[in-house]
Design a binder for this molecule. Structure first.
Ligand code: DAH
Length: 341
Protein backbone atom coordinates (compact mmCIF):
# COMPACT_ATOMS: atom_id res chain seq x y z
CA UNK A 1 0.00 0.00 0.00
CA UNK A 2 2.86 2.32 0.83
CA UNK A 3 4.23 1.90 -2.64
CA UNK A 4 0.84 2.49 -4.26
CA UNK A 5 0.50 5.73 -2.28
CA UNK A 6 3.96 6.88 -3.43
CA UNK A 7 3.07 6.13 -7.05
CA UNK A 8 -0.16 8.05 -6.84
CA UNK A 9 1.53 11.03 -5.16
CA UNK A 10 3.95 11.15 -8.04
CA UNK A 11 1.19 10.76 -10.62
CA UNK A 12 -0.94 13.52 -9.12
CA UNK A 13 1.91 15.99 -9.03
CA UNK A 14 2.43 15.51 -12.76
CA UNK A 15 -1.24 15.93 -13.75
CA UNK A 16 -1.94 18.43 -16.53
CA UNK A 17 -5.27 19.56 -17.96
CA UNK A 18 -6.40 21.48 -21.05
CA UNK A 19 -10.07 21.60 -20.35
CA UNK A 20 -12.45 21.32 -17.42
CA UNK A 21 -13.61 17.96 -18.68
CA UNK A 22 -10.06 16.52 -18.10
CA UNK A 23 -10.19 17.64 -14.49
CA UNK A 24 -13.57 16.03 -13.93
CA UNK A 25 -12.18 12.79 -15.33
CA UNK A 26 -9.23 12.92 -12.91
CA UNK A 27 -11.58 13.55 -10.04
CA UNK A 28 -13.63 10.49 -10.89
CA UNK A 29 -10.50 8.36 -11.38
CA UNK A 30 -9.01 9.38 -8.03
CA UNK A 31 -11.80 10.36 -5.67
CA UNK A 32 -14.94 8.97 -7.33
CA UNK A 33 -16.84 6.00 -5.87
CA UNK A 34 -14.49 3.56 -7.60
CA UNK A 35 -11.52 5.93 -7.64
CA UNK A 36 -8.04 4.75 -6.70
CA UNK A 37 -7.83 6.84 -3.54
CA UNK A 38 -11.29 5.73 -2.46
CA UNK A 39 -10.16 2.18 -3.05
CA UNK A 40 -7.09 2.71 -0.83
CA UNK A 41 -9.31 3.99 1.99
CA UNK A 42 -11.35 0.80 1.68
CA UNK A 43 -8.18 -1.35 1.86
CA UNK A 44 -7.03 0.67 4.87
CA UNK A 45 -9.62 -1.17 6.95
CA UNK A 46 -7.57 -4.37 6.55
CA UNK A 47 -4.23 -2.79 7.52
CA UNK A 48 -2.43 -4.16 10.58
CA UNK A 49 -2.94 -2.00 13.68
CA UNK A 50 0.78 -1.18 14.05
CA UNK A 51 0.87 0.23 10.49
CA UNK A 52 -2.38 2.22 10.75
CA UNK A 53 -0.86 5.40 12.10
CA UNK A 54 1.80 5.82 9.42
CA UNK A 55 -0.35 4.72 6.49
CA UNK A 56 -3.33 6.74 7.72
CA UNK A 57 -1.27 9.92 7.68
CA UNK A 58 0.08 9.17 4.21
CA UNK A 59 -3.39 8.43 2.88
CA UNK A 60 -4.73 11.73 4.21
CA UNK A 61 -1.82 13.62 2.67
CA UNK A 62 -2.58 11.90 -0.64
CA UNK A 63 -6.24 12.80 -0.51
CA UNK A 64 -5.49 16.45 0.36
CA UNK A 65 -2.94 16.68 -2.41
CA UNK A 66 -5.43 15.28 -4.92
CA UNK A 67 -8.08 17.86 -3.93
CA UNK A 68 -5.73 20.82 -3.98
CA UNK A 69 -4.19 19.72 -7.29
CA UNK A 70 -7.63 19.49 -8.89
CA UNK A 71 -8.50 22.99 -7.59
CA UNK A 72 -5.22 24.35 -8.92
CA UNK A 73 -5.84 22.81 -12.36
CA UNK A 74 -9.36 24.27 -12.41
CA UNK A 75 -8.03 27.76 -11.78
CA UNK A 76 -5.39 27.42 -14.51
CA UNK A 77 -7.88 26.14 -17.08
CA UNK A 78 -10.32 28.91 -16.10
CA UNK A 79 -7.69 31.57 -16.63
CA UNK A 80 -6.64 30.23 -19.97
CA UNK A 81 -10.28 30.13 -21.12
CA UNK A 82 -10.56 33.79 -20.20
CA UNK A 83 -7.32 34.68 -21.96
CA UNK A 84 -7.59 32.53 -25.04
CA UNK A 85 -11.32 32.04 -25.28
CA UNK A 86 -13.40 33.41 -28.13
CA UNK A 87 -12.79 37.14 -28.59
CA UNK A 88 -15.68 39.60 -29.04
CA UNK A 89 -16.35 40.42 -32.66
CA UNK A 90 -17.46 44.02 -32.73
CA UNK A 91 -18.42 43.84 -36.39
CA UNK A 92 -21.24 41.37 -35.61
CA UNK A 93 -24.77 42.80 -35.40
CA UNK A 94 -25.99 43.27 -31.80
CA UNK A 95 -28.57 41.07 -30.13
CA UNK A 96 -32.12 42.10 -30.97
CA UNK A 97 -34.36 42.96 -28.03
CA UNK A 98 -37.96 44.09 -27.98
CA UNK A 99 -38.67 47.62 -26.83
CA UNK A 100 -41.84 48.17 -24.86
CA UNK A 101 -44.36 50.78 -25.99
CA UNK A 102 -46.52 53.13 -24.00
CA UNK A 103 -49.96 51.85 -23.07
CA UNK A 104 -52.76 53.30 -25.24
CA UNK A 105 -54.47 54.70 -22.12
CA UNK A 106 -51.29 56.59 -21.14
CA UNK A 107 -50.97 57.89 -24.67
CA UNK A 108 -54.57 59.11 -24.70
CA UNK A 109 -54.26 60.72 -21.25
CA UNK A 110 -51.10 62.51 -22.34
CA UNK A 111 -52.73 63.70 -25.54
CA UNK A 112 -55.68 65.15 -23.59
CA UNK A 113 -53.28 66.89 -21.19
CA UNK A 114 -51.10 68.23 -23.98
CA UNK A 115 -54.11 69.71 -25.80
CA UNK A 116 -55.26 71.53 -22.67
CA UNK A 117 -51.77 72.64 -21.78
CA UNK A 118 -51.67 74.44 -25.15
CA UNK A 119 -54.74 76.35 -23.94
CA UNK A 120 -52.90 77.31 -20.74
CA UNK A 121 -54.19 74.62 -18.35
CA UNK A 122 -51.83 73.35 -15.64
CA UNK A 123 -51.91 69.75 -14.37
CA UNK A 124 -53.14 69.08 -10.80
CA UNK A 125 -53.31 65.74 -9.05
CA UNK A 126 -54.95 64.50 -5.87
CA UNK A 127 -55.21 61.35 -3.75
CA UNK A 128 -57.01 58.21 -4.92
CA UNK A 129 -58.01 57.43 -1.33
CA UNK A 130 -60.26 60.37 -0.48
CA UNK A 131 -62.82 61.46 2.03
CA UNK A 132 -66.53 61.96 1.53
CA UNK A 133 -66.19 65.74 1.75
CA UNK A 134 -63.90 66.06 -1.28
CA UNK A 135 -65.71 63.47 -3.41
CA UNK A 136 -69.31 64.36 -2.50
CA UNK A 137 -69.91 66.89 0.26
CA UNK A 138 -68.05 69.86 -1.18
CA UNK A 139 -69.45 69.02 -4.62
CA UNK A 140 -73.00 69.70 -3.47
CA UNK A 141 -74.13 66.09 -3.04
CA UNK A 142 -76.58 66.49 -0.09
CA UNK A 143 -76.14 63.77 2.62
CA UNK A 144 -79.19 61.65 1.93
CA UNK A 145 -79.78 62.79 -1.61
CA UNK A 146 -80.24 60.07 -4.26
CA UNK A 147 -77.54 61.84 -6.30
CA UNK A 148 -75.02 59.94 -4.18
CA UNK A 149 -76.35 56.74 -5.70
CA UNK A 150 -75.18 57.92 -9.10
CA UNK A 151 -71.78 56.51 -8.30
CA UNK A 152 -71.33 53.18 -6.58
CA UNK A 153 -68.64 53.81 -4.05
CA UNK A 154 -65.98 51.59 -2.45
CA UNK A 155 -65.93 52.70 1.18
CA UNK A 156 -62.81 52.13 3.28
CA UNK A 157 -64.09 53.34 6.65
CA UNK A 158 -67.31 54.80 7.94
CA UNK A 159 -67.34 57.91 10.14
CA UNK A 160 -68.71 61.45 9.96
CA UNK A 161 -66.45 61.91 6.96
CA UNK A 162 -66.04 58.39 5.51
CA UNK A 163 -62.82 57.41 3.77
CA UNK A 164 -63.37 55.96 0.30
CA UNK A 165 -61.83 55.37 -3.12
CA UNK A 166 -62.63 58.40 -5.22
CA UNK A 167 -65.36 57.78 -7.78
CA UNK A 168 -64.38 60.73 -9.94
CA UNK A 169 -61.51 63.18 -10.33
CA UNK A 170 -63.88 66.07 -9.54
CA UNK A 171 -62.48 65.68 -6.00
CA UNK A 172 -59.24 67.23 -7.26
CA UNK A 173 -61.04 70.41 -8.27
CA UNK A 174 -62.19 70.77 -4.66
CA UNK A 175 -58.61 70.37 -3.41
CA UNK A 176 -57.40 72.88 -5.99
CA UNK A 177 -60.06 75.45 -5.07
CA UNK A 178 -59.14 75.09 -1.39
CA UNK A 179 -55.49 75.73 -2.04
CA UNK A 180 -54.66 77.41 -5.32
CA UNK A 181 -54.63 81.16 -5.88
CA UNK A 182 -57.24 82.46 -8.32
CA UNK A 183 -57.66 82.36 -11.26
CA UNK A 184 -57.48 78.57 -11.58
CA UNK A 185 -57.10 76.77 -14.87
CA UNK A 186 -56.29 73.09 -14.41
CA UNK A 187 -56.76 69.58 -15.75
CA UNK A 188 -56.74 66.73 -13.24
CA UNK A 189 -55.91 63.29 -14.63
CA UNK A 190 -56.23 60.20 -12.47
CA UNK A 191 -57.60 56.78 -11.66
CA UNK A 192 -61.12 56.43 -10.31
CA UNK A 193 -62.95 53.50 -8.72
CA UNK A 194 -66.57 52.36 -8.81
CA UNK A 195 -68.28 49.29 -7.46
CA UNK A 196 -69.54 48.12 -10.83
CA UNK A 197 -69.77 44.77 -12.53
CA UNK A 198 -67.03 44.52 -15.14
CA UNK A 199 -68.33 44.40 -18.70
CA UNK A 200 -67.37 45.59 -22.17
CA UNK A 201 -68.65 49.06 -21.27
CA UNK A 202 -67.90 49.38 -17.55
CA UNK A 203 -65.00 48.65 -15.24
CA UNK A 204 -64.41 49.10 -11.52
CA UNK A 205 -61.19 51.04 -12.23
CA UNK A 206 -60.85 53.58 -14.99
CA UNK A 207 -59.25 56.93 -15.75
CA UNK A 208 -60.68 60.40 -15.96
CA UNK A 209 -59.45 63.86 -16.79
CA UNK A 210 -61.26 66.62 -14.98
CA UNK A 211 -61.01 70.25 -16.10
CA UNK A 212 -61.65 73.41 -14.11
CA UNK A 213 -61.49 77.08 -14.99
CA UNK A 214 -62.35 79.73 -12.41
CA UNK A 215 -61.96 83.45 -12.92
CA UNK A 216 -64.05 86.59 -13.00
CA UNK A 217 -66.70 86.61 -15.76
CA UNK A 218 -66.31 83.03 -16.98
CA UNK A 219 -69.38 82.17 -19.04
CA UNK A 220 -71.02 79.16 -20.65
CA UNK A 221 -69.75 80.48 -24.00
CA UNK A 222 -66.19 80.07 -22.70
CA UNK A 223 -66.98 76.48 -21.76
CA UNK A 224 -68.39 75.76 -25.17
CA UNK A 225 -65.35 77.27 -26.84
CA UNK A 226 -62.91 75.20 -24.73
CA UNK A 227 -64.79 71.98 -25.44
CA UNK A 228 -65.05 72.68 -29.16
CA UNK A 229 -61.33 73.44 -29.47
CA UNK A 230 -60.51 70.28 -27.56
CA UNK A 231 -62.79 68.13 -29.73
CA UNK A 232 -61.24 69.47 -32.93
CA UNK A 233 -57.70 68.82 -31.68
CA UNK A 234 -58.58 65.34 -30.48
CA UNK A 235 -60.80 64.06 -33.28
CA UNK A 236 -59.95 66.28 -36.24
CA UNK A 237 -60.65 69.79 -37.55
CA UNK A 238 -64.00 68.83 -39.13
CA UNK A 239 -65.42 67.68 -35.75
CA UNK A 240 -68.64 69.32 -34.56
CA UNK A 241 -70.02 69.30 -31.02
CA UNK A 242 -73.45 69.50 -29.49
CA UNK A 243 -74.45 69.98 -25.89
CA UNK A 244 -77.44 68.30 -24.31
CA UNK A 245 -78.89 69.53 -21.01
CA UNK A 246 -78.04 67.19 -18.16
CA UNK A 247 -77.74 67.07 -14.39
CA UNK A 248 -74.72 66.96 -12.06
CA UNK A 249 -74.94 68.14 -8.45
CA UNK A 250 -71.78 70.24 -8.84
CA UNK A 251 -72.67 72.20 -11.98
CA UNK A 252 -75.60 74.41 -12.90
CA UNK A 253 -76.48 74.42 -15.72
CA UNK A 254 -75.02 71.03 -16.66
CA UNK A 255 -74.57 69.45 -20.05
CA UNK A 256 -73.35 66.36 -21.78
CA UNK A 257 -71.18 66.83 -24.83
CA UNK A 258 -71.42 64.79 -28.02
CA UNK A 259 -68.94 64.98 -30.90
CA UNK A 260 -69.88 64.22 -34.48
CA UNK A 261 -68.97 60.59 -35.16
CA UNK A 262 -65.37 60.45 -36.33
CA UNK A 263 -66.00 57.20 -38.21
CA UNK A 264 -68.90 58.11 -40.46
CA UNK A 265 -68.53 61.89 -40.24
CA UNK A 266 -72.06 62.16 -38.81
CA UNK A 267 -73.94 60.13 -41.42
CA UNK A 268 -74.69 57.32 -38.98
CA UNK A 269 -72.84 54.00 -38.55
CA UNK A 270 -72.70 51.11 -36.08
CA UNK A 271 -70.16 52.91 -33.87
CA UNK A 272 -72.53 55.87 -33.28
CA UNK A 273 -75.56 53.53 -33.49
CA UNK A 274 -76.86 55.44 -36.46
CA UNK A 275 -77.13 58.75 -34.62
CA UNK A 276 -74.02 60.44 -36.04
CA UNK A 277 -73.02 61.51 -32.49
CA UNK A 278 -70.77 60.13 -29.75
CA UNK A 279 -70.87 61.18 -26.11
CA UNK A 280 -67.50 62.29 -24.75
CA UNK A 281 -67.93 64.21 -21.49
CA UNK A 282 -70.03 65.90 -18.85
CA UNK A 283 -69.62 69.57 -18.07
CA UNK A 284 -71.26 72.69 -16.73
CA UNK A 285 -70.91 75.95 -14.83
CA UNK A 286 -69.54 75.36 -11.33
CA UNK A 287 -72.47 75.54 -8.91
CA UNK A 288 -72.22 78.58 -6.58
CA UNK A 289 -72.59 76.17 -3.61
CA UNK A 290 -69.41 74.38 -4.74
CA UNK A 291 -67.47 77.64 -4.94
CA UNK A 292 -68.69 78.64 -1.51
CA UNK A 293 -67.84 75.26 0.04
CA UNK A 294 -64.22 75.84 -0.96
CA UNK A 295 -64.13 79.44 0.21
CA UNK A 296 -64.53 81.20 -3.15
CA UNK A 297 -67.02 84.09 -3.38
CA UNK A 298 -69.56 83.16 -6.12
CA UNK A 299 -70.58 86.84 -6.40
CA UNK A 300 -67.09 87.68 -7.67
CA UNK A 301 -65.99 84.48 -9.39
CA UNK A 302 -67.56 82.00 -11.74
CA UNK A 303 -66.19 78.99 -13.55
CA UNK A 304 -66.78 75.94 -15.61
CA UNK A 305 -65.81 72.30 -15.15
CA UNK A 306 -65.79 69.24 -17.33
CA UNK A 307 -64.93 65.61 -16.86
CA UNK A 308 -64.20 62.85 -19.33
CA UNK A 309 -63.28 59.18 -19.26
CA UNK A 310 -59.90 58.43 -20.80
CA UNK A 311 -60.93 54.89 -21.81
CA UNK A 312 -64.00 56.30 -23.52
CA UNK A 313 -61.92 58.76 -25.57
CA UNK A 314 -59.39 56.00 -26.39
CA UNK A 315 -62.20 53.65 -27.47
CA UNK A 316 -63.58 56.27 -29.82
CA UNK A 317 -60.18 57.15 -31.20
CA UNK A 318 -59.24 53.55 -32.00
CA UNK A 319 -62.67 51.93 -32.27
CA UNK A 320 -61.97 49.46 -29.47
CA UNK A 321 -65.35 48.09 -28.50
CA UNK A 322 -64.40 46.25 -25.28
CA UNK A 323 -63.06 48.31 -22.40
CA UNK A 324 -61.61 45.22 -20.71
CA UNK A 325 -58.92 44.94 -23.38
CA UNK A 326 -57.26 48.04 -21.95
CA UNK A 327 -56.79 46.32 -18.59
CA UNK A 328 -55.79 42.81 -19.61
CA UNK A 329 -52.46 43.91 -21.08
CA UNK A 330 -52.44 41.12 -23.61
CA UNK A 331 -49.37 41.91 -25.72
CA UNK A 332 -51.22 40.92 -28.90
CA UNK A 333 -53.63 43.79 -28.21
CA UNK A 334 -50.94 46.25 -27.10
CA UNK A 335 -48.81 45.47 -30.20
CA UNK A 336 -51.61 46.76 -32.41
CA UNK A 337 -50.78 50.22 -31.13
CA UNK A 338 -47.06 50.06 -31.95
CA UNK A 339 -47.53 51.74 -35.30
CA UNK A 340 -50.13 54.24 -34.06
CA UNK A 341 -48.14 55.42 -31.06
N1 DAH B 1 -67.58 63.75 -12.35
C1 DAH B 1 -68.46 63.35 -13.42
C2 DAH B 1 -68.49 61.83 -13.51
O1 DAH B 1 -67.63 61.20 -13.00
C3 DAH B 1 -67.99 63.92 -14.71
C4 DAH B 1 -68.22 65.38 -14.75
C5 DAH B 1 -69.42 65.87 -15.20
C6 DAH B 1 -67.26 66.25 -14.33
C7 DAH B 1 -69.66 67.23 -15.25
C8 DAH B 1 -67.49 67.63 -14.35
C9 DAH B 1 -68.69 68.08 -14.83
O2 DAH B 1 -66.59 68.52 -13.94
O3 DAH B 1 -68.90 69.42 -14.87
O4 DAH B 1 -69.37 61.30 -14.13
Amino acid sequence: MKQRIEELLQEIQELKAQKLQDIEEYRIKLLGKKGSITKLFEDFREVLPEQKRELGQKLNTLKNLASSKLEELKEKVGESILQNGPKSDFTKPGDKFDLGTRHPISVTREEIISIFSKFGYAVAEGPEIEDDWHVFGALNFPPEHPARDMQDTFFISQSDNPVLLRTHTSSVQVRAMERMPLPIRIVCPGRVFRNEAISARAHCIFHQVEGLYIDKNVSFADLKQAVLLFAKEMFGEQTKIRMRPSYFPFTEPSAEVDVSCNICGGKGCNICKGTGWLEIMGCGMVDPNVLEASGIDPKVYSGFAFGMGVERIAMLKWQVKDLRLYFENDVRFLREFETVI
